[in-house]
Design a protein around this ligand. Structure first.
Ligand code: ADP
Ligand code: MG
Length: 490
């Protein structure tokens, strides 16, 4: 640990409404300076057990069960208020901890508040149905919370991913044990400070920390957890599905992607070049829906690659907290090494238009140059594997049929985008793409009102909107006999 003037803040786990000490702590870094900025308590298996039991007790016998939908809505509005009032602090902390540009972090934090507000509003709009059974009976449905949700989230949008999980769960009446990513737990721990004041009884939301292989795994296998909601890598998603099998937990997964961003020759040129870069380089490319496969029609291919490279040269890399910065460092040494190994691989698999290494101007920090590989074959590893960094693979295609074939030739199916002025072609491509989100003439905008989630190996279940809430609800059918006569079968 380096000695700096800045104090290293320590964070404790939040269990049953209390901040609790732990035997061990782990360091959290600023990826731009490589310095330790915080120390966070590890939740070992015993603490995971305490957190789950607290959630279980709150769900089974606490005051939470009798909280009204209106009350739960108000709690979420209160949380949103707290987030908005502390937005500057949260954005700065998020930016320092993840390396993302402060301007992007500010958008994230605003989205966090909006997400809580959305589910605050939705809390008392959940209704059942009356079912058309014969006239001598009445059948209706009740929507009930799934129970205790274990929520495991990644490091690319730390507090936003926490909001996507906590918002619908609280609205539905679930209890939660949230585990932030070990790289980026700080903003979620700040949120923990406001949970009680917002009106959440002890145990309803617990936030625990530690690495995935131990703390996360203990949560996934715990018999007291009814559901796991996970966002992260496909590799860990597969581990979670297997680990959750013994207790037959409900599982929802939002995993990675290798999303195609498809450009036809008739697309608006300026918008297209811009959209290709934005699709893959926003948030340093650490985005599950990154448009990391850029498919370009042969007629414009060479010019397009040149224009992309020309524009990418001007992307401003810099310290995350500078307002001019458009790209900060990657989140961690581990991610820097992972992305660097793909840069080496890319040089052997394809041609390099720009980037391919570490920018020279930074003595410290996990910076990687925005990198564009071109003449990539769709069977190359840089076209098939998720890199999760600022690395684009540009692939030429000839005509609509080939574009669709290449776009769908991937194990993933999270997202895709198509750029053209021809609406017939645009919607044919939309219908053909096997992906959970398809953008036309844009890539990446995400709103809480619309569903988010993948086809194929990008996972199952949907987040956001009413779809996100559904995943935290069970359906109970109630059948009422209106006929007083005995059944008369025997
Ligand atoms: P990355 O490798 O980029 O960190 P992961 O998918 O490993 O992405 O991490 C996403 C989240 O999953 C993190 O909160 C991490 O701690 C957690 N995680 C990792 N491995 C496991 C596991 N075996 N069981 C449960 N959670 C895990
Ligand atoms: Mg991992």
């Amino acid at each position: 640990m380096t000695t700096t003037a800045k104090a290293v803040k320590s964070y404790r786990n939040y269990i049953n409404g209390q901040f609790v000490e732990a035997k061990e702590t782990f360091p959290v870094y600023d990826p731009a300076t490589e310095e330790v900025i915080a120390s966070v308590a590890v939740a070992d298996a015993a603490e995971v057990d305490r957190a789950v039991k607290a959630a279980r007790a709150a769900f089974d016998s606490g005051p939470w069960a009798t909280t009204t939908a209106q009350d739960r809505g108000r709690i979420l509005f209160k949380l949103a208020e707290k987030v908005r009032a502390n937005a500057a602090m949260l954005a700065e902390l998020e930016s320092r901890n993840t390396g993302k540009p402060i301007v992007e972090a500010e958008f994230d934090i605003a989205d966090v508040a909006t997400c809580f507000e959305y589910y605050g509003g939705l809390a008392n709009k959940v209704t059942g149905s009356v079912n058309p059974v014969p006239a001598n009976a009445l059948s209706f449905t009740m929507r009930e919370p799934v129970g205790v949700a274990g929520q495991i989230i990644p490091w690319n949008y730390p507090l936003l991913m926490a909001a996507w999980k906590l918002g619908p769960a609280i609205a539905a009446g679930c209890c939660c044990v949230l585990k932030p990513a070990e790289q980026t737990p700080l903003t979620a721990m700040e949120l923990a400070n406001w949970l009680e004041e917002a009106g959440l009884p002890p145990g309803v939301v617990n936030i625990i920390n530690g690495v995935g292989e131990t703390t996360g795994a203990a949560l996934v296998t715990h018999a007291g957890v009814d559901k796991i909601a996970f966002t992260g890598s496909a590799a860990v998603g597969k581990i979670i599905v297997k680990a959750a099998a013994d207790t037959l937990k409900r599982v929802t997964l939002e995993l990675g992607g290798k999303s195609p961003n498809v450009f036809f020759a008739d697309a608006d040129w300026e918008a297209a070049v811009d959209g290709a870069l934005f699709g893959v380089f926003i948030n340093q490319g650490e985005v599950c829906s990154a448009g990391s496969r850029i498919l370009v029609e042969k007629k414009i291919y060479s010019k397009f690659v040149e224009a992309m490279a020309e524009k990418a040269k001007r992307i401003k890399l810099g310290p995350p907290l500078s307002r001019e910065t458009k790209m900060g460092p990657l989140v961690s040494k581990e991610q820097y090494d992972r992305v660097s190994s793909y840069l080496a691989l890319g040089k052997s698999e394809a041609k390099t238009a720009i980037g391919g290494g570490r920018p020279r101007e930074f003595a410290k920090g996990y910076y990687v140059e925005p990198t564009i590989f071109y003449d990539v074959d769709n069977s190359a590893r840089i076209a098939r594997e998720e890199i999760f960094g600022p690395v684009a693979s540009v692939i030429p295609f000839d005509g609509e049929g080939e574009a669709i074939r290449i776009a769908n030739d991937t194990p993933y199916g999270l997202a895709g985008a198509v750029w053209t002025r021809d609406i017939y072609k645009a919607f044919r491509v939309v219908k053909s793409m096997r992906a959970g989100i398809v953008w036309v003439n844009h890539m990446q905008p995400t709103y809480v009102e619309a569903p988010w989630g993948g086809y194929k190996q990008s996972g199952f279940g949907r987040e956001l909107g009413p779809w996100g809430m559904e995943e935290y609800l069970e359906t109970k059918q109630v059948f009422v006999n209106l006929d007083e006569a005995p059944i008369g079968w025997y």
